[in-house]
Every structure is written in C-alpha cells, then in structure tokens.
Design a protein around this ligand. Structure first.
Ligand SMILES: Cc1cc2nc3c(=O)[nH]c(=O)nc-3n(C[C@H](O)[C@H](O)[C@H](O)COP(=O)(O)OP(=O)(O)OC[C@H]3O[C@@H](n4cnc5c(N)ncnc54)[C@H](O)[C@@H]3O)c2cc1C
Length: 455
C-alpha cells in the first residue's frame, strides 16, 4: 500500500488521516504543535466553532458523529441584540423546520476526537512537535524540524537541540492550514502556480461570558448571539461549561478601531456604548481584551492543488475563507470525503484521483469564499434591519409552501450537501424569480387600485 505523509494534524488533518488509515494506507502525520491532549493548544484559531450538515456527514461516514457531537450545543437561530440601552433581543430561526440547527462544538475536543480516531488504525502514526519547513515535490519528501518534547510552563527545555528530519512518502498532503508550508513549496517550484490572498480590514478578538454562579448560561443557550453594528459586530457561541465565547470583529485601523482603543477607559466606553447588555456579564472584559490576540481574516485561493501524484493540498491550505458562513471546517471535512471517494475511484492512479478531487472542489471553494464575505455584510449590518427579517420570513414561507423546490441560500449551504457553487447559482435564480414576481404583483395591485379610483 502507498504511504502518505500528512503535514498538519488540525481538524482536517486528523480526519483525513482516519479516512486514509481506513483505506489501508500507511500514514505518517506530522504536526508542529504539541499533542492537544496535553492542553498545549497555542495559537488556536477559535475556541469553538459551528458544525453543520456537511461536517457532520463527513464524521458520520467514518462513524465519528456521535462521539464528536455528544457535547455539542444546538443553535436553532440567531439571537439579535439591537443597538441601544434596553433594546429587546429578536430571535430569527435558521430554518422553517425548528429541528434544523447548527452546533457549537469545542475546537480542542473535536481535534482530539479526530486524532484519536486516526490513531485507532495501526497503520497511522502521529508525530507532534514536527514543523515542516519545505517539501521536495518530485520525491514527495517533507523536511521537518523536530522541536523536542513538550515542555511544561516554567520548565527549561529538556532537549533544546532541534533535529532535522526527512519524511519520504509516495505522496505528501498539506493539511497545514491557511499559511501552509506545503503550499509555499508548491508556489516556489511549480511554474504558473496561481496564488491570491486577500485580508479583510477587520480583525477578530475572542472574549468571554462566564457561566452564572449556578453553572447555567447567562443568555439563551440554543442560539448564536449577534450584536450587529453595521461596520462591525460581536457574536457569541455557547460552550458546554455554561460559558459563551464572544468574538468581536472590528476594523484594525480607523478612528474607532483596535488601533485606537487601548486604555481601559477606551475599552470600557466602547463596550458600554455598543454592547450595553453584554458588559455586565463580561467580568473579565478588560483582561480578555488586553491579553487575547487580535487575529486576521484571510481568503486564500490557489491553483492547482496538486503536483503529479506526489503532493496535494486540502482544507485551509487549499482554500482558506473568512469565518462568516461558519463553513471553513465544514468545507475542509467535505474535502476529506471527496478525496477519499476519488482515491477509491482511481486506486492505481493517484494523479487522476488528485486531479478529479481538484476539479470537484475548486469551483465550490471559490463560491464559498464569495459567500463567506457576503455573509459578513449580512451578519454585521442586514440582520438588524426589518427588511432583512421580512425577507427571511418570506424565504421560510416559500420553503414551506414549495417543499424541495424553493430552498433559501442559508439552508442550502448549511443544511444540505448541495455543492456550494450550485447553491449560490440556484439562490440567484430564486431571488430573481421572487423579486420579479413581487414587482409584477405590485404592478397589478397598483393597476387595480388606479382602475377603481378612476371609476
Ligand atoms: C475566528 C474563526 C472562527 C471560525 N469559525 C468556524 C465555524 O464556526 N465553522 C467552520 O466550519 N469553520 C470555522 N472557521 C474556519 C476553520 O477554523 C478552518 O476552516 C479549519 O480550522 C480548517 O482546518 P484545517 O485542518 O485545514 O486547518 P487548521 O485547523 O488551521 O489546522 C492546520 C494544522 O496544521 C498545523 N501546521 C501549520 N503549519 C505547519 C507546519 N509548517 N508543519 C506542521 N504542522 C503545521 C497547525 O498547527 C494546525 O494544527 C473559523 C475560523 C476562524 C479564524
């Protein structure tokens, strides 16, 4: 059986290792960080995230959904916190079917679940503290630095001398995230490799709402909370321990921005003006704001995603998207399913398998990148408007009246496995039909009213 060298045991790396292990391949998985089970998650990208149909399907295919979702918290809709002191929250369900929900899940726990699933296959070996620096594409060899055994806080490194390691396989798969070293090697060595990265002017910072004294949630538990403020927003997702993880998405620069809000006084004034209902339940706001890093939000598009039968990219390494559709991980998990199907279809021809995987995924990854940016505007600005909420109600009415025929875009992206590009196309056609019908109906009503008035 062929041997795969995987770089990165994040969410997609662990799951892919399990899929490849099940198919009988030898897998060596190298991760630059320490084992997450030792509590060493550093530069983790978010404490919790939303998993929906595509991600759950990928877990189901390998028998992991039940285990992974046992502590997940269903979120049935958006709880909107309008601006202004005393403004009442408004709940907007995600779907006409109240059973359809997205699920808040802890990143570290999910990461551990997929890594342990991979390790149940004796042909899968996971190596932590190994950082890939370069890949020799022609020989499918990853160059790695072994940074020594994990060191507990406050203890000097036991083994300060890093070792250089070469890991050779039949193929190397880069599952090493948005700033992928494998992709960088492809960029350097493949002629005409297309690469595009674009950053939002907004960054993000995570903050905490701790549990109440009795361990319960201080806001509605089964909802994704949003404080839309037109050019920026805060969201909060529930955790199993009764807390919420809030994420503030705000401009890096500008008159009111991360750059200009430094003193305790500035921070407190900003939050009291913008999120007055949240401040009393955020006792560690000032410490969180000062101590937690401000992350950037990048979209990465590249092509091709593979080199002969030797190297391939998957997940954020191939297509990082901004997080506003809650689909980056879901899409990365869907990649695992598709790559597995392609390897099954071409068991003796990995180059064809990689090529088919790319052709099935690329246009969908590009479509998702656009949808994710569009949804930022929807979340931070439109969710606060009555027109938007009326459109959502109309969407749900049409979905109920025309089951299987009319599907709102959010439903297609989140609660089905319709390819992203097809979902976006179908939503455009549906919108055109709905708006044209509304214009025609309005014109008829006005015509009738004028006719009656003229009699
Ligand atoms: C704030 C925020 C919120 C998000 N919320 C959601 C959400 O609600 N739902 C959703 O579906 N998605 C969400 N996402 C997106 C999601 O986090 C990513 O799409 C997902 O983590 C991609 O998985 P991955 O395995 O491809 O990459 P990653 O999870 O980034 O894993 C990459 C792994 O590779 C390792 N690595 C990197 N470089 C090297 C190297 N040189 N050598 C060895 N190892 C290396 C890293 O340490 C890491 O373990 C969110 C993202 C952000 C930033």
């Amino acid at each position: 059986m062929a041997k795969f060298v995987l770089i990165g045991s994040g969410l997609a790396g662990g799951l892919l290792a399990a899929y490849l292990g099940r198919r009988g391949y030898d897998v060596d998985l190298y991760e630059r960080r320490a084992d997450p089970r030792e509590g060493n998650i550093v530069d983790g990208r978010s404490i919790n995230l939303a998993i929906s149909t595509r991600g759950i399907h990928a877990l189901e295919q390998i028998g992991l959904a039940h285990e992974a979702l046992q502590h997940a918290i269903p979120m049935r809709g958006r709880m909107i916190h309008p601006a202004g002191v005393g403004a009442r929250t408004i709940f907007s369900p995600y779907d006409v079917d109240p059973k359809k929900c997205i699920n808040s899940i802890g990143r570290a726990a999910l990461n551990t679940t997929v890594i342990e699933a991979a390790q149940r296959y004796s042909n899968v070996h996971v190596h932590f503290n190994h950082k890939c620096t370069d890949v020799d594409l022609d020989t499918a060899t990853a160059h790695l630095v072994h940074t020594g055994a994990p060191v507990a806080a406050g203890v000097s490194p036991a083994n300060p001398e890093d070792q250089i390691i070469r890991a050779r396989g039949d193929a190397v798969i880069g599952v090493d995230g948005a700033f992928s070293a494998v992709r960088q090697s492809m960029q350097m060595h493949i002629d005409n490799f297309q690469y595009d990265e674009s950053y939002l002017a907004h960054g993000y910072k995570e903050l905490t709402i701790p549990p109440a004294a009795d361990g319960s949630w201080r806001m509605e538990k089964n909802a994704l909370h949003i404080w839309p403020r037109k050019s920026f927003m805060m969201i909060a997702l529930p955790n199993p321990d009764g807390s919420f993880t809030c994420t503030l998405f705000w401009q890096f620069e500008g008159p009111r921005s991360f750059a200009t809000t430094k003193s305790d006084e500035d921070i407190r004034r900003f939050f009291e003006n913008e999120f007055p209902d949240a401040v009393p339940i955020m006792p560690t706001l000032l410490e969180d704001f000062r101590q937690n890093p401000t992350g950037s939000l990048v979209t990465i598009r590249c092509a091709p995603w593979s080199y002969r039968d030797k190297v391939c990219l998957l997940g954020d390494a191939a297509h990082a998207v901004v997080p506003f559709y809650g689909q980056g991980m879901n899409a990365a998990f869907e990649d695992c399913v598709v790559l597995d199907e392609c390897l099954e279809k071409f068991p003796e021809n990995r180059e064809s398998a990689f090529a088919e995987y790319f052709s099935r995924r690329k246009e969908n990854a590009d479509a998702l990148a656009d949808l994710a940016i569009g949804n930022f505007i929807e979340m931070r600005d439109k969710t606060a408007s009555k027109t938007f909420r009326a459109k959502k109600k109309l969407d749900h009415l049409l979905e109920a009246a025309l089951p299987g025929i009319y599907l709102p875009l959010y439903t297609m992206v989140t609660f089905t496995r319709i390819p992203y590009a097809a979902a976006a196309k179908r939503a455009r056609a549906q919108d055109l039909l709905v708006y044209t019908s509304l214009i025609v109906i309005s014109a008829i009503l006005i015509g009738v009213a004028v006719w009656f008035a003229a009699r």
